[in-house]
Design a protein around this ligand. Structure first.
Ligand code: IMP
Length: 295
C-alpha cells in the first residue's frame, strides 16, 4: 500500500511509515499549501487531504493529518494553532514555559486527527488523544515540537526522553492511526458491497486478500457503513431486511468489525465478526445467529 501524506512536517511522514505497517508513506511535494483555517483538527486534516488530491490527482491514497497541544491552564491553547504559536522547537517551548511560569495545574493533551481518502474519494477518519502534563523544564532529545516538555499520564519522563519507540506505541498519532486502520477496515469492507463496481474488487483484493467470506459478503451487502434497509432473497422471494455495521472493539493489535443483517422484522439475524489486524488484513471471522437466507 502506498499513500501520500499531506503534511509539511517531515517528522510525521517518518512516524506514519512506522505506524501503518506494510504501507509506504511519501510526503506530498507541493507549494501553496492552504491556510489552516478550519474550526477543528478534522477540518484541517480534510483540507490537507483534499489539497493533496488537487496536487497529486486521481488514483492515490491520501492522508491528511492535523494535530496540536491543548493546555488546560491556557484554556486549551495553543490547540489548533499549535504550529503557529511560535517557531517549532526551542522558541515554542520557551514561550509555553513562560506562559505557565508559577502555574501548578499543568494538565495538557496532544490531539491528532486523520482523514484518509481512498483513490475513489471515500473517506475514513481516525482520532487519538494522549493525556499528560507540561514539565517545568525541557528534557530529552527524541521526538519533536513540544515533546521535551510533555510528560504523559502515568510517566515521569517526557516524551522526548521516552523516545520514538515509545511514541510509536502510545502517541496521539499512533492512536489515531490505529483508529484509522479500523475505520478503513469498515469503509473498505463496505466499499466492497454491491459487487459489480471496480473499487470493491480492488479494495477487497488489496486489503482482505479476497478471502471467501469477504467475497461472499461483497456480493450480498449493497451498503455503506451504518444501518440501512436492503432486500435479500429467501428461496427466490425478495425479503426486506436491515443491514448494520459497526466497529465494536479497537485494540493495539486488532479491531473487530461486526456486520449484521436482520430480516422478517428483525425476528432473524445473522452477524459476522471480523477480527482485523493493524495492517488491515482479516485474522479470523466468526459467525453467529440464524443462517442468512440463500439468494
Ligand atoms: P500541524 O502540522 O498543523 O498538525 O502542527 C501541529 C503542531 O502541534 C506541531 O508543529 C507541534 O508544534 C505540535 N505537535 C503535534 N504533534 C506533536 C508531537 O507528537 N510532538 C510534539 N509536538 C507536536
Amino acid at each position: 500500500m502506498k499513500a501520500i501524506l499531506c503534511s509539511r512536517n517531515a517528522h510525521k511522514a517518518r512516524e506514519f511509515e512506522r505506524l501503518l505497517p506494510g504501507w509506504t508513506v511519501e510526503p506530498l511535494d507541493a507549494d501553496g499549501w492552504p491556510e489552516e483555517t478550519g474550526a477543528t483538527y478534522g477540518d484541517n486534516a480534510r483540507a490537507k487531504a483534499r489539497f493533496g488530491r488537487a496536487v497529486a490527482g486521481a488514483g492515490h491514497w491520501l492522508i491528511g493529518e492535523d494535530s496540536g497541544l491543548e493546555v488546560e491552564a491556557l484554556g486549551g491553547r495553543p490547540g489548533i494553532k499549535s504550529a503557529r504559536y511560535a517557531p517549532e522547537g526551542g522558541p515554542a517551548i520557551a514561550k509555553l514555559l513562560g506562559e505557565l511560569e508559577g502555574v501548578r495545574a499543568r494538565a495538557a493533551r496532544y490531539v491528532s486527527e486523520l482523514v484518509c481518502l481512498t483513490p475513489e474519494d471515500e473517506e475514513a477518519c481516525g482520532s487519538g488523544v494522549l493525556f499528560g502534563r507540561i514539565a517545568e523544564e525541557p528534557r530529552g532529545s527524541e521526538g519533536f515540537g513540544y515533546d521535551p516538555v510533555f510528560v504523559p499520564e502515568g510517566e515521569q519522563r517526557t516524551v522526548a526522553e521516552l523516545g520514538n519507540a515509545w511514541k510509536e506505541r502510545h502517541s496521539h498519532r499512533a492512536r489515531a492511526a490505529r483508529a484509522l486502520l479500523a475505520a478503513l477496515g469498515a469503509v473498505l469492507l463496505l466499499a466492497g458491497c454491491g459487487g459489480p463496481n471496480k473499487t470493491s474488487r480492488r479494495v477487497l483484493r488489496a486489503f482482505f486478500a479476497g478471502g471467501p467470506v469477504v467475497r461472499t459478503l461483497g456480493e450480498r451487502f449493497p451498503h455503506k457503513p451504518g444501518t440501512l434497509p436492503c432486500t435479500i432473497h429467501d428461496q427466490g422471494k425478495a425479503v426486506q431486511a436491515t443491514c448494520a455495521t459497526d466497529i465494536s472493539l479497537v485494540k493495539p493489535a486488532r479491531a473487530v468489525v461486526t456486520l449484521t443483517e436482520a430480516w422478517n422484522h428483525g425476528a432473524k439475524a445473522h452477524t459476522w465478526f471480523f477480527f482485523i489486524r493493524r495492517d488491515g488484513t482479516v485474522q479470523s471471522v466468526i459467525q453467529e445467529g440464524a443462517p442468512a437466507p440463500k439468494s
